[in-house]
Ligand binder design. Structure first.
Ligand SMILES: [Zn+2]
Length: 244
């Protein structure tokens, strides 16, 4: 699933369409009222966590690439999974296999960017405060909670836990406050690093734990287990990641 940095980059790459008028909208399903787009100018394109928000005068659309979604800017893929294509006098954006919904209220009323780890207003203290309220939650689930760390996906989660030396099966509530603060800092650091690699077109990942076989601290094999509610794959070291 695309994580926050992928969507942030998508928002950056599509800024050229802000202020442009939609001359045609297309889709292969008929559940969206495509006529709404015609003649509308894009007011803003923003990312929020794993979602892309395209605003017009009276409404917005929320695009979530889900597990297998993809997009093309000024290009097309075979149309089989086209969920929304917006065509302009010059250029087009096409979203495939994505979840696309209309939003009728202003996005500033619907979204709180203080929980978006890649936004300049991300509030680490708020994230720590929310972690303290989780009674029985494992940290591997809490870090994927989009109402605490919007934009963090499985890869970023694994890197955060490894860098902060926290075992994925720790109970969030039992983790010392200093470690909670460290996790909140790492949410930002790991996400920004990930975004920078994507911006510079680095193909090979530079992760420390995710997809890796050996712990660089202890030189022992990483454990690779499906953990938490979503049974997401976790790479971790049982020697240096402390279970609280
Ligand atoms: Zn280790």
């Amino acid at each position: 699933m695309p994580e926050g940095p992928t969507i942030k980059l998508l928002a950056e790459e599509t800024q050229l369409f802000v202020g442009k008028k939609v001359i045609k909208a297309s889709a292969l399903t008929n559940d969206l009222d495509l006529a709404r787009f015609k003649g509308q100018k894009i007011k803003s394109i923003k990312s929020f966590g794993k979602q892309l928000l395209i605003s017009f005068d009276d409404f917005a659309v929320r695009i979530h690439l889900m597990l297998f979604g993809y997009y093309a800017i000024n290009d097309t893929f075979p149309a089989g999974k086209l969920r929304l294509g917006l065509h302009f006098k010059e250029g087009e954006i096409n979203f495939y296999a994505a979840d696309v919904r209309f939003l009728e209220e202003p996005i500033t009323d619907l979204y709180d960017w203080r929980i978006d780890v890649l936004d300049s207003v991300f509030d680490k203290k708020l994230a720590v405060k929310k972690l303290k309220t989780l009674d029985n939650e494992l940290i591997c689930d809490a870090l994927l909670d989009q109402s605490i760390f919007a934009g963090v996906g499985n890869i970023i989660k694994n890197e955060m836990l490894f860098k902060a030396c926290v075992h994925p099966l720790s109970k969030a509530v039992d983790i010392p406050d200093e470690k909670k603060r460290e996790l909140a800092r790492e949410a930002v650091i790991v996400s920004i690093d990930f975004l920078d690699w994507k911006r510079s077109g680095v193909k090979k990942n530079r992760f420390i734990a995710h997809y890796k076989k050996i712990c660089p601290r202890d030189e022992v094999p990483f454990k690779k287990l499906k953990v938490g509610r979503g049974k997401r794959v976790c790479y971790f070291c049982e020697l240096c990641q402390v279970k609280y």
